[in-house]
Design a protein around this ligand. Structure first.
Ligand SMILES: NC(=O)c1ccc[n+]([C@@H]2O[C@H](COP(=O)([O-])OP(=O)(O)OC[C@H]3O[C@@H](n4cnc5c(N)ncnc54)[C@H](OP(=O)(O)O)[C@@H]3O)[C@@H](O)[C@H]2O)c1
Length: 302
């Protein structure tokens, strides 16, 4: 097993979180065990799953297959919006833990704000605060929150999330939201960090436009300069920004490639050149328009 690769970020409650993690959205259950164990073998120490990904059990199996001590791996899962509520969220948490085969979690995230049912979103977060106080989870946070959602949540609960996990890649770099997160001491975690949503998302499928940051000439030029792949250039850019990328792959070679980004650095000018690729257009859903009916997903109840 390779030594852990990359720095750790200190969360606002003092907990250390590895900067780079493996994402497992769209990893089929039958591929997930091998993906997780090969990631740990390659030096990853953070795995990002969710109840809605339907592969928590296989994530747990992959961690055990890797033969790593529990306290050496940082495990994140998320509560799905159909489970927001004072009784529902703790029940969903226990189910996630049982599936993962763990007795505590490192990070529990609220998967989406539901603007039209913000009371339920707040209730889920209040339940997470209780889980944190009870020592069932080491840190809690949110996903897909904008600056005003964060302000409302903090005002209503008196608690500052440790992490805000949002769509973030060269074509949608979330500068303003990163600044808002920073102002609260919240770590910004990047989903679709190499632009996956721009390839598999509904908007990408409906459009004829090529929207792949991996094939942008600016990224290709830097890849040539540093003898790295486009994915490695973009993931290194994430590290230079101070974000936490969680690239998904089920292929061992790509899994190893995506964390092999700590033997070079981009110059400030190169970081700005990638920043300049921002289009202001997200590939995924606009969180302000999300409702419980937006996704054809109901989190598993057993
Ligand atoms: N909180 C949220 O609402 C939310 C939403 C979406 C995602 N996420 C999390 O963020 C993680 C990552 O985001 P994502 O899966 O949307 O997108 P991503 O990591 O940017 O991209 C993943 C896609 O890129 C491919 N890929 C991986 N490494 C590559 C490489 N080195 N070169 C070329 N292609 C490569 C993968 O295919 P292969 O598997 O075939 O390699 C997959 O199709 C998810 O898995 C999930 O854990 C969270």
């Amino acid at each position: 097993m390779a030594s852990p690769l990359g720095p750790k970020y200190k969360l606002n409650n003092g907990i250390d979180m590895p900067a780079v993690g493996l994402g497992v959205f769209h990893s089929e259950p039958e591929e997930t065990v091998a993906a997780v164990s090969s990631a740990i073998a390659a030096g990853y120490r953070l795995i990002d799953t969710a109840a809605a990904y339907m592969n928590e059990q296989q994530v747990g199996e992959g961690i055990r297959a890797a033969g790593i001590a529990r306290d050496e791996v940082f495990v994140t899962t998320k509560v799905w919006m159909s489970d927001y509520g004072p009784e529902q969220t703790p029940r969903a948490f226990e189910l996630s833990l049982r599936k993962l085969g763990l007795d505590f979690l490192d990070l529990y995230l609220i998967h989406w704000p539901v603007p039209s049912a913000f009371d339920a979103t707040v209730a889920a977060y209040q339940a997470a605060i209780k889980l944190l106080a009870d020592g069932r989870v080491r840190a809690i946070g949110v996903c897909n929150f904008d600056a005003s959602d964060l302000d409302k949540l903090i005002q209503r609960t008196g608690h500052i999330p440790a992490v805000n996990q949002v769509e973030l890649h060269p074509f949608f770099n979330q500068r303003a939201l990163r600044e808002a997160d920073d102002s609260h001491g919240i770590i910004t975690q990047a989903w679709s960090p190499i632009g996956g949503i721009k390839r598999y998302g509904e908007k990408a499928k409906a459009s004829k436009e090529v929207q792949d940051p991996l094939s942008h000439p600016t990224v290709a030029l830097l890849a040539k300069k540093y003898r790295k792949t486009p994915a490695q250039i973009i993931l290194r850019w994430q590290i230079e920004l101070g974000t936490s990328p969680i690239p998904k792959s089920v292929r061992p070679a790509r899994i190893a490639e995506n964390i092999d980004i700590f033997d070079f650095a981009l110059t400030p000018g190169e970081v700005l050149a990638i920043d300049a690729l921002d289009t202001g257009r997200r590939g995924g859903p606009d969180p302000q328009l999300v409702t419980v009916q937006s996704f054809a997903i109901t989190a598993p109840q057993t």
